[in-house]
Each structure stands twice: as structure tokens, then as C-alpha cells.
Design a protein around this ligand. Structure first.
Ligand SMILES: CC(C)(COP(=O)(O)OP(=O)(O)OC[C@H]1O[C@@H](n2cnc3c(N)ncnc32)[C@H](O)[C@@H]1OP(=O)(O)O)[C@@H](O)C(=O)NCCC(=O)NCCSC(=O)CCC(=O)O
Length: 547
């Protein structure tokens, strides 16, 4: 080591001159020295004594990695009506996609029916419109729900959409115990970053724990939550903040489950995660490795989980939408390919690669095909999946993994210091930290301290729109309105009223509300009717204002 120390010192004197061009930073503004050696791992063994599939899982959760099973290729998709999106799903499955991922339109994300006055102009625009069980049935028509695994990105009204899904499966003759998939259901990051909430924080957390409890005995293969860093990062956080805030959300859910009296090993194996894969290649890989190690340690040592499945962080990744540019949109194909590679080198279980046009509109069929092909090229042509955690042992990646872990632990201490996640949200602590980081990054781009190819460097005067764009018209809204009117006229309205009243009563007490919501779903109560019944009891969330 002494001779290495001398050699590195000599090298630094000669080449690391500290001139402006020689100073580099990670995407999160941490300075990166130009050379890493064994000296950087002097205080840590890195992962020299670790194998994949073994505690603390830095190198992956499965002993066989992608040789055992490739990651799930899961493109997030939805637009217009359920009927139209059903066609897109069939197309994606026919092209070799291995899982489904539902994007809902904005009214659905907020718990409004397509014919609600607040939905006007938004129906089917940024995702598919789902207002009742009837729409969910149409969405999966001809797609056997016992065979496919489905992710649903929905948070405020998540439990209602999950009940529509379970009821749609029942209509196909599939029992809830056979369902495989994930509901995002991560309300804490909504208050933190994404803003699609329905109810105040405490009742929203109660609904999530009701879900943990009910799903543990009724949908054993269903992931009850996808604890998401994605939206925190897209809102402008650094990698370390994404890591720490998301894990802190995860710990909060675990604590709430335990506080309900649930055994941690009853629900923790079905908690899953979702990370954003940004541009800084090695920082992103290190983030994923650190995330697994931190989760494992806290679950075992802090929360007393005994089942190894509770220790294993399983996650989905999506390439960072915020890095896509409207200028020279074909460049996005290249950005996405590098980010997808980072996700796979970091050991993701499931991946969405963005389409080149996603900064302009929902993807066209052609653009999503290229995005999916980029995953297939990675899986079948590059040789990358052949070796588990191939960057394990890299001085840089190991040191960066340790560093991100330390930064996250520092942030956990700060979060504890302010009274925990819920208190921090109420006081705007997280929101302010994210806004500060976002402002710094924007400033760096405007000052050209950070180069964005085609935006502040290598600019051309070609017209911006050089690729086809998917445009969603007003037909979806018209069709939805007609179908909802027909539904309200043909269903058993008395049964609906009875079920909604029973739901209100359950919400007022401490009974688990999931069976009540399921009854409402089965009798074709609409999304907004169920949301409104809960709001009668819980009230609505009003965001605190901060300056
Ligand atoms: C756990 C994950 C992450 C992945 O689940 P998957 O079913 O796809 O994969 P999986 O769990 O790895 O694999 C399925 C089964 O295979 C097993 N398996 C996997 N690899 C194995 C191996 N090497 N050896 C042996 N078995 C293996 C697993 O244990 C599991 O079985 P067992 O279950 O029996 O163990 C889930 O939560 C998920 O699919 N999430 C997707 C979330 C998503 O798409 N979100 C979209 C957000 S989009 C959004 O928010 C908007 C963003 C925007 O604004 O654009």
C-alpha cells in the first residue's frame, strides 16, 4: 500500500494539476477525483467478500442474476380509452414485451371520472381513462390476468384501482391469489414531489396499511407498493437525496405496518422500489448497489425482519424523462441506451426505457418499438447480462457505492432530527431541499457549467419537431361520457348506494376498508363515487404553502 500511495502522489503531482478543465463533478455536484485505486477502499472491503444473492445484497438479490431470469421489459403505456390502450398492450406483448405497465390519464390519477367537470379536456391525454370496473374489464379484454404481470402507476386513489383490477380478474374467472403485479401506491412521494394526492396524509397512510394487511392474505404475489425515487429525482433532487428520501419513505411504511400490529415479515417481502436512472452512469449504478445494501441492513437490524425476502430490495427502473430533449430528439435514443445499460449493470428487476418522443408527447408505436428494442439489444447482443454485478470490485464503483451510502445515512439523521418523514412533509423540509437542488441544476445548465448536447452546445438550426408525434383528440372524452351515462343507467343504483354507505361507515371506524371498496367496485360504483365517499370521512388534502 505504501508504494501505491507514493505512486499515486507522484501521479497526482504530474497529471492532476487542478486546472479548471481537470475538475469534474458527478451529476449530484460531488467532486470526482480523476483516479481511483485500492487506496480509496482502504477503510472498506468494498464487496470483495460478497457474492450476489447473499447478505447484504450489494451485488444483487439473486444468486444467478440475469442468467436465472432476465429483467422484465415493462414499457409504461396508456392513452385514450381502455379499448385503444388494450390494442397497444397486445402490440407490445406481440413485440416481446414481458410485463404490462398502465399509465392512467390525469383525471384517473386524481380520482375523477371522465365525465366530471374537472376532467374536461384531460380525458385520455396523458394515459388511459379508467372510471369504473367496466373500463378495467375493457383494458384487459383478451389478456389473461393469471398469466401477465401488470404494474399500475396510481397513488392517491390506488386502492380503488387495485380493487377494479381484482374485480376485473374475478370476471375472467381468476382468483385474487393468482394475480401478479404492482400498484405504485406511494403517497409520501406525492406530497414530496409529484402532487397527485386525494386525502390528507394520515388517512392516506391508513389506506396503504389496509392494503398491506388485506393483500398479505388475499394477493400473496402482488407487490403492494412501489416506493418511488423516480418522481423525487425528476423534480430535481440529487442522486443521494433520491436514495435517502425514498428509503426514508420506505422505512415510514414499514413503521406504519408494524404499528398496525402486522409482522414485518408478513408484508415487507412485497414492498418494491422504483428508481430514476439519470445521466451520470457510474453514480446511478452505485446508487442502486447502495440502495440494496442499506435496505437489507435496516430491515434486518432496525426492524427485526427475519425472512431474507424482507431484506431484499426488488426494484423497477425507468430512464430519466427529465434528461430527454425536445431539440434533436433522435439523440434521446442514445441517452436512453446508456441509462438502460446503467440500470442493468445496477441489477434492476424491471425496466422502462423511454421513447425518444416522450418529452414531446405520449410515444408513437414506432418510437416505443425502438425503446423496447434498446432493451432487447442490451439483453441479447451485448453480453452484459452474462456476468453478475460485473462492476463489483471496480475501485470507483465500490468507493461511490460507499459514499452514497454514507450520504444517505447522513440524510436519515437529518430526517430523524426534524421529526421524521411526515413532519418533514408538513413543514416543507423535503420540498425545499428538492427545490434547491433543482434550482442549482437549472443554473448549471444556464451557465453552461453542465453541457446538454443539442441544447446549450452542439446546437443546430434544424426545426425542433423532426419525428412523428402521437396526438390524442377529444373522441376519448366523448366515448367515455357516453359509456358512463349508459353505466349509470343500467347498473343497480341501490346496491351502489348501499355499498358506498358501508364504505363510509368502515372508513369512520378502524375496520379494514379494502373489502368495502371491493364491493363498491364489483357493483360498478365509479372511481369518483368511491373517492367522494372516502373524502366525506377523511376530508381533502390542502398543500401547505411555503416560501
Ligand atoms: C418487483 C418488481 C420491481 C419487478 O417484478 P417482476 O415480476 O417484473 O420481476 P421479478 O420479481 O424480478 O421476477 C418475477 C419472478 O421471477 C423470480 N426471479 C427473478 N429473477 C430470478 C433469478 N435470477 N433466479 C430465480 N428467480 C428469479 C422472482 O423471484 C419473481 O418470483 P417471486 O415473485 O415468486 O419471487 C415489480 O414491483 C414491478 O414490476 N414493478 C414495476 C413498476 C412499474 O412499472 N412502474 C411504472 C412507473 S411509471 C411512472 O411512475 C411514471 C413515470 C413518468 O412520469 O414517466
Amino acid at each position: 500500500m505504501e508504494s501505491l500511495r507514493q505512486e499515486v502522489a507522484q501521479w497526482r503531482g504530474q497529471y492532476d494539476t487542478g486546472r479548471k478543465r481537470d475538475i469534474a463533478f458527478t451529476n449530484s455536484a460531488t467532486e470526482v477525483p480523476p483516479l481511483y485505486t485500492a487506496l480509496d477502499l482502504e477503510d472498506s472491503a468494498g464487496t470483495a467478500f460478497e457474492t450476489p444473492g447473499a447478505w447484504p445484497f450489494t451485488r444483487g438479490i439473486h444468486p444467478t442474476g440475469y442468467r436465472g431470469k432476465l429483467w422484465t421489459m415493462r414499457q409504461f403505456a396508456g392513452f385514450g380509452t381502455a379499448r385503444e390502450t388494450n390494442q397497444r398492450y397486445k402490440f407490445l406483448l406481440s413485440q416481446g414485451q414481458t410485463g404490462l405497465s398502465v399509465a392512467f390519464d390525469f383525471p384517473t390519477l386524481m380520482g375523477y371520472d371522465s365525465d366530471h367537470v374537472r376532467s374536461e379536456g384531460e380525458v385520455g391525454k396523458c394515459g388511459v381513462a379508467i372510471s369504473s370496473l367496466a373500463d378495467m374489464e375493457a383494458l384487459f379484454e383478451g389478456i389473461p390476468l393469471d398469466k401477465v404481470s401488470t404494474s399500475m402507476t396510481i397513488n392517491g386513489p390506488a386502492i380503488i384501482l387495485l380493487c377494479f383490477y381484482i374485480a376485473a380478474a374475478e370476471k375472467q374467472g381468476v382468483d385474487s391469489s393468482k394475480l401478479q403485479g404492482t400498484v405504485q401506491n406511494d403517497i409520501l412521494k406525492e406530497y414530496m414531489a409529484q402532487h397527485a394526492w386525494c386525502f390528507p396524509i394520515e388517512p392516506a397512510l391508513r389506506l396503504i396499511v389496509d392494503g398491506f394487511e388485506w393483500c398479505a392474505s388475499n394477493t400473496p404475489n402482488w407487490n403492494t407498493i412501489s416506493i418511488s425515487g423516480y418522481h423525487i429525482r425528476e423534480a430535481g433532487s440529487t442522486a443521494a437525496q433520491e436514495l435517502a428520501f425514498t428509503l426514508a419513505d420506505g422505512f415510514t411504511y414499514v413503521e406504519r405496518g408494524i404499528a398496525r400490529g402486522l409482522d414485518v415479515d408478513e408484508f415487507a417481502p412485497r414492498l418494491s422500489f422504483f428508481w430514476d436512472i439519470h445521466n451520470d452512469f457510474f453514480e446511478e449504478i452505485a446508487k442502486l448497489r447502495a440502495a440494496r445494501r442499506i435496505w437489507a441492513r435496516h430491515l434486518k437490524e432496525r426492524y427485526g425482519a427475519k425472512n431474507p425476502r424482507s431484506w431484499m430490495m426488488r426494484f423497477h427502473s425507468q430512464t430519466a424523462g427529465v434528461t430527454l430533449t425536445a431539440q434533436q430528439p433522435m439523440n434521446n435514443v442514445v441517452r436512453v441506451a446508456y441509462q438502460g445499460l446503467a440500470a442493468v449493470l445496477g441489477g434492476t428487476q424491471s425496466l422502462h426505457t423511454n421513447s425518444m418522443d416522450e418529452t414531446l408527447s405520449l410515444p408513437t408505436e414506432g418510437a416505443v418499438q425502438v425503446a423496447l428494442r434498446s432493451q432487447q439489444i442490451l439483453a441479447y447482443e451485448t453480453g452484459v447480462p452474462n456476468v453478475m454485478d460485473p462492476l463489483g470490485g471496480s475501485y470507483y464503483v465500490e468507493a461511490l457505492t460507499d459514499q452514497l451510502e454514507r450520504e444517505a445515512e447522513g440524510l436519515f439523521e437529518q430526517i430523524e432530527g426534524i421529526g421524521g418523514v411526515v413532519k418533514g412533509l408538513e413543514e416543507g423540509w423535503f420540498q425545499k431541499r428538492i427545490a434547491e437542488s433543482a434550482a442549482r441544476q437549472q443554473w448549471e445548465i444556464e451557465q453552461r457549467r453542465k453541457i446538454v448536447v443539442g441544447v446549450n452546445e452542439f446546437v443546430t438550426d434544424e426545426p425542433e419537431l423532426t419525428i412523428p408525434i402521437l396526438r390524442i383528440g377529444q373522441e376519448a372524452e366523448r366515448e367515455q361520457r357516453e359509456q358512463l351515462a349508459a353505466l349509470r343507467a343500467s347498473r343497480d343504483n341501490e346496491a351502489c348506494a348501499r355499498n358506498l354507505e358501508a364504505l363510509r361507515a368502515a372508513a369512520r371506524g378502524t375496520e379494514n376498508v379494502v373489502p368495502r371498496i371491493l364491493d363498491c367496485a364489483r357493483s360498478y360504483c365509479t372511481l369518483f363515487e368511491i373517492r367522494a365517499a372516502l373524502e366525506d370521512v377523511f376530508g381533502a388534502y390542502r398543500e401547505p404553502v411555503f416560501f
